[in-house]
Design a protein around this ligand. Structure first.
Ligand code: DGL
Length: 258
């Protein structure tokens, strides 16, 4: 059996990259729904439907453990997948998300004024706010939706001027709020992490999900030896995209190298 990694497009590759670094012996199947990216401006019902299809596809490719390497899918659909979809359709399959791991990491490291950037759909669920409230009740959370960043990133990131404008629009309110840390609450944003960091200044700590997901997955596998034992360990990686004719091959390299 394999570990499935799913995102609406290329962003989940930033999670896969860290998994390959920290847990290289396992077999992975990546699925990017690049024919329908971005998810972040769609309704929760539509995203749930897409997420169920991704789970079906990855189960059919022999994945017994699936990471929703997409905050938008995690925020809108993880609970429903775990509580409604899996018990009826795939009782032996486990699906995990990316929000809890990064929130735990941020809570452990202790920010006081925590910014969160994500897609419109992720921000609308308040998933980060409620998780942070549970894990670090004394912190103040400032959320900012960044609806144009995923389309910009998926479109090969060719125009620095546009990115500067977008980041000014999205980061200025967080600067005014005097955040001390920022959660990159969308797996695509990792690829522009250095640029975001330069705009916010060195006093703002940035948290990336890849590292957090890899740490928490390692713990999870230690706590669930029955799952760990069932996983193939030939270090194979397979990539699947719903629009395989797009420019994705060049971009895969860009994301995995980031
Ligand atoms: N990488 C996805 C996330 O983490 C992007 C969502 C989108 O397709 O808009 O939310």
């Amino acid at each position: 059996m394999k570990i499935g990694v799913f995102d609406s497009g290329l962003g989940g590759l930033t999670i896969l990259k860290q998994l390959l670094k920290s847990l290289p012996k396992y077999d992975y199947v990546y699925y990017g729904d690049n024919a329908r990216v971005p998810y972040g401006n769609r309704s929760p019902q539509v995203i749930y439907g897409f997420t169920k299809e991704a789970v079906d596809l990855l189960v059919n490719k022999n994945c017994s453990l699936i990471i929703l390497a997409c905050n938008t899918a995690t925020a809108t659909s993880l609970r429903k997948i775990q509580q409604d979809y899996l018990p009826n359709k795939y009782p032996g399959i486990r699906v995990l998300g990316v929000i809890r791991p990064i929130v735990e990491l941020a809570a452990e490291r202790g920010g006081r004024r925590i910014g969160v950037i994500g897609t419109k759909s992720t921000v609308a669920t308040n998933a980060f706010v409620s998780e942070l409230r549970k894990m670090t009740p004394n912190s103040i959370v400032f959320q900012q939706a960044c609806p144009l960043l995923v389309p910009y990133i998926e479109d090969s990131m060719r125009n620095q001027k546009i990115l500067d404008l977008l980041l000014k629009e999205y980061l200025d309110p967080l600067k005014k709020a005097k955040i001390d840390s920022l959660i990159l609450g969308c797996t695509h944003y990792e690829i522009i992490k250095e640029i975001i960091s330069a705009k916010l200044g060195k006093d703002v700590v940035l948290y990336s999900e890849g590292e957090a997901v890899a740490i928490k997955l390692r713990d999870y596998l230690l706590r669930h030896p029955e799952i760990e034992n069932s996983l193939g360990k030939d270090a194979k990686v397979e990539y699947n995209f719903s629009d395989p004719d797009s420019d994705y091959k060049r971009l895969i390299k860009l994301f995995l190298d980031a």
